[in-house]
Design a protein around this ligand. Structure first.
Ligand SMILES: *Cc1c(COP(=O)(O)O)cnc(C)c1O
Length: 458
């Protein structure tokens, strides 16, 4: 399978090349040239998660990995998810189901993609003899998932910048307690936006980029989207492959985009519902056609506090019928604050997507209400999904809401809602006893570069 950039001016790559490069050289995002339909949907129900993953992912990887390599990577990745079903589906109410994606080692859905791509990186790098330095910026969940997945992986160093004092204690400890020498947590003086700006500086310094073999694993990396397609298939299979709606708590549009790709592969996805917090650029865009960047307002669902939703570019590319010139134009306008989606593309998007926005108070209320009605304790992100899903449920169409994190990862918000601090699952109980290891660094690209050069182990 060949991959093309949404902006049409970068080399066409295979899966492995797209995975190792992350962002396309023209600033665009890679997508498969064609999306193949998957046969045998009716045979998926009851299969192990790993087998469904193999069947769904196989067509995307082309001849980059042998069947045995891919199966091995999938098995090692998902053995670390502490639930036999990996992504269990639980019923909240008649017709409403919750897809629990938080049983991985860092308690958020990002483990599903990060664990797998770490295994694929290791196979690819062993074969080529290449050594790379992964650098990422995080507001919490991405960084911990990347560190947990890449720790101890050969030929890789992983540096994660997070804003000092601005991530939760669980998130920080997940980044600072792994003992592996190839893991480096960097506490940057500043905000998440500063970390992201410094990351861009590093990638734009081509000499440095080549010297350390810089690689990115943020949510625009196509290989992460591929891994997230799988659980749409397992969920639909266990509901009998009927037309099904999915409601997805959304930030960078990666998780919900995976649902859109699943639909194009022939899965009976009826509608995809974008659930946002008060940072509602996607809800506004789908409602009005105006994609306009505002100020980020920090919320109790911090993993969805974004203004520019990077993977939305892929949905736009598909809605504009693959017109890379149109996407280049929109992205130029975005630099000046925003753009208007064309009428035709907006109609295409609205056929597939619905959206809703949830206030802070409604989020807490949904955590309270859901616990009372079902016993299920939701994290604030998942609660936003449940609240929006409830507004969109239609009789006869099953609704699946994606639960993106474990409540214990956001204990302050959950305690505010129900008066109880949710305990960490048993496999993580020692998190608060382990020693931490972190480097403080100024919000300065030169300081970062010297630290990376000095610390890398490869
Ligand atoms: C990353 C994250 C999201 C948003 O996912 P996107 O793919 O960026 O839309 C939602 N909830 C949690 C808990 C997350 O960590």
């Amino acid at each position: 399978m060949r991959y093309v950039s949404t902006r049409g001016q970068a080399p066409v790559l295979n899966f492995e090349e797209a995975m190792l490069s992350g962002l396309a050289r023209d600033g665009g995002l890679y997508l498969p040239e064609t999306i193949l339909t998957l046969d045998g949907l009716e045979t998926l129900d009851g299969l192990p998660y790993e087998e469904v993953a193999f069947r769904v992912i196989r067509p995307f990887t082309g001849d980059c990995f042998t069947d045995a390599e891919l199966r091995g990577a999938i098995d090692r990745a998902y053995a670390r998810i502490a639930h036999a079903a990996r992504a269990p589906l639980v019923q909240l109410a008649p017709g409403h189901h919750l897809l629990e994606l938080f049983h991985g080692p860092t308690l958020a859905f990002k483990d599903f993609a990060m664990q797998l791509i770490a295994q694929l990186f290791e196979i690819a790098l062993k074969r080529s003899g290449q050594k790379i330095t992964i650098v990422g910026a995080t507001s919490g969940d991405t960084g911990s998932a990347a560190i947990e997945a890449f720790r101890g992986i050969d030929n890789v160093d992983v540096f994660i910048m997070y804003p000092h004092g601005r991530v939760s204690e669980v998130q920080r400890r997940q980044m600072t307690t792994p003992p592996n020498a190839n893991v480096h947590a960097l506490a940057v003086t500043g905000h998440f936006d500063d970390c992201q700006a410094r990351l861009k500086d590093l990638f734009n310094d081509h000499a440095f980029r080549d010297e350390v073999g810089l690689a990115g694993v943020n949510s625009i990396n196509w290989s992460r989207v591929v891994a997230q397609i799988v659980y749409y298939f397992t969920a639909a299979a266990s509901l009998g492959m009927r037309p099904t709606d999915f409601c997805v708590p959304t930030g960078n549009f990666g998780d919900i985009l995976a649902g859109s790709i699943a639909k194009r592969m022939g899965l009976p996805v009826r509608r995809l519902i974008v659930a946002t917090n008060q940072n509602d650029i996607l809800h506004r865009a789908l409602t009005t056609g105006e994609y306009r960047v505002g100020e980020v307002a920090p919320s109790i669902s911090p993993s969805m506090d974004i203004q520019v939703s990077s993977n939305f570019e892929r949905a736009l590319f598909l809605a504009y019928g693959g017109d890379a010139g149109a996407i280049r134009q929109l992205m130029d306008e975005l630099k000046a604050g925003g753009f208007t989606i064309s009428q035709g593309a907006l109609e295409t998007l609205r056929e597939e997507f619905r959206s809703g926005r949830v206030s802070e108070e409604e989020t807490l209320e949904t955590i309270r209400r859901t616990r009372e009605a079902t016993g299920e304790v939701l994290c604030p992100h998942s609660a936003i999904g449940v609240a929006v899903a409830e507004q969109h449920i239609e009789p006869g169409v099953p609704m699946v809401t994606l639960a993106t994190a474990h409540p214990a990862k956001f204990p302050d918000a959950v305690e505010r809602a129900i008066g109880i601090r949710p305990p960490l699952p048993p496999h993580m109980a020692e998190l608060f006893d382990l020693p931490e290891r972190v480097s403080r660094v100024e919000n300065d690209v030169e300081a970062l570069k010297s630290l990376i050069l000095e610390r890398r182990t490869q």
